[in-house]
Write a protein that binds this ligand. Structure first.
Ligand code: TXA
Ligand code: MG
Length: 315
């Protein structure tokens, strides 16, 4: 298959309307989308990115009027989160509507819904006219793509089209919160923080592991965000001075150790979060064997960044 590269949301949306799969940028990461109602196109997403079939997809909308097609009811907590954080980097999980094919939600009776803030994403979704399910546009297990070039690195020839756009401004995937029951539960940390969720719903629970044995966000159990290089988290000065080796790389907020092959240092945690996945890819291109990642305080986006770094370290 030849992957068409376009800057036109309308041209990209044409592919969705004829059952194709299309990568598009959002403020978090690039996604690979299909019409939520097209079972075959949804199956093609799973195949293109080699995604385990039990990992559900997020439906993307541009207008709240699309909600009734996707969900049975908007619970009071969901209503509050929507008012406070839509459009933006937040996904809410609700009971799904009957018309939604089972493979889009991996057989679950719930569905994640999000309204991206990025204008080009909204233009694309409007042109599609249907809700678009979209996981991150990477091969499963690899770092999520934050540029259109990174999408092609993994998926060129495996998808119909990529809507070429700007690098993502946040760089980590959306916060996911389960709103199906009375007590909302944070399933995946992102740039909308637990404190922000609690500012509108004080009873929001923060640790899904304490709520039963089965993971409530199936995707969180898989290998994730991993470059080919080994990822090692480093914190104190002592560990920092131990970094050496000409095939090592460093990313963090302190000065770059002199001995590394590749290094990036940032003035803010936000910038670190925005750049980390692209840095992982850059390290793979440079055949780095170990990437030392400096730990950050777990406040603000630091919580989500540490979550992704720990998962990448486990590999
Ligand atoms: O920022 C994002 O959310 C990006 C962009 C493209 O919107 N998308 C994204 O999708 O990160 P993906 O498929 O890589 O991650 C979706 C996460 C997984 O952890 C999945 O298990 C969880 O959301 N999820 C989706 N639907 C769910 C559901 N019904 N119940 C619980 N978790 C769900
Ligand atoms: Mg993903």
């Amino acid at each position: 298959m030849k992957t068409v590269i376009t800057t036109s949301p309308d041209e990209a949306a044409q592919f969705i309307r004829i059952g194709g799969i299309v990568a598009f940028g959002t403020e978090t990461v690039y996604g690979i989308g299909a019409s939520v109602f097209d079972e075959r196109a949804v199956a093609n997403i799973f195949e293109a990115k080699q995604r385990p079939p039990d990992n559900p997809l997020i439906a993307h909308i541009y207008d709240l009027d699309q909600l009734p097609e996707l969900v049975l009811e908007v619970t009071p907590s969901a209503e509050k989160f929507i008012n406070a954080f839509f459009p933006g980097p937040l996904t809410i999980v609700l009971k799904k509507q009957r018309g939604v094919p089972d493979n889009a939600t991996a057989g679950l009776d719930s569905i994640g819904v999000r309204m991206p803030k990025l204008q080009s994403a909204n233009n694309f979704l409007r042109a599609c006219g249907v809700p678009v399910v979209a996981p991150s546009a990477n091969i499963s297990g690899r770092p999520s793509p934050t540029t259109w070039e990174a999408v092609l690195e993994d998926l060129d020839g495996r998808i119909d089209c990529v809507l070429r756009g700007v690098p993502t401004s946040i760089g980590l995937e959306s916060t996911v919160v389960d709103c199906t029951s009375e007590l909302p539960v944070l399933l995946r940390p992102g740039s909308v923080t637990l404190d922000q969720l609690r500012s509108v719903m004080p009873e929001t629970a923060g640790n899904p592991r304490s709520y039963g044995a089965t993971p409530r966000s199936p995707g969180m159990k898989y290998r994730h965000y991993s470059p080919r290089a080994a990822v090692v988290l480093v914190s104190g000065e002592l560990e920092m001075t131990a970094i050496n080796g000409h095939d090592a790389a460093f990313i963090g907020i302190s000065a770059i150790p002199a001995s590394v092959k590749l290094g990036r240092t940032f003035k803010s945690i936000e910038e670190y979060a925005r750049e980390v996945f692209e840095f992982f890819r850059e390290c793979d291109r440079a055949e780095v064997d170990t990437i030392y990642c400096q730990t950050v305080p777990e406040t603000g986006i630091g919580t989500a960044l540490m979550d992704r770094l720990r998962r990448a370290e486990r590999g």
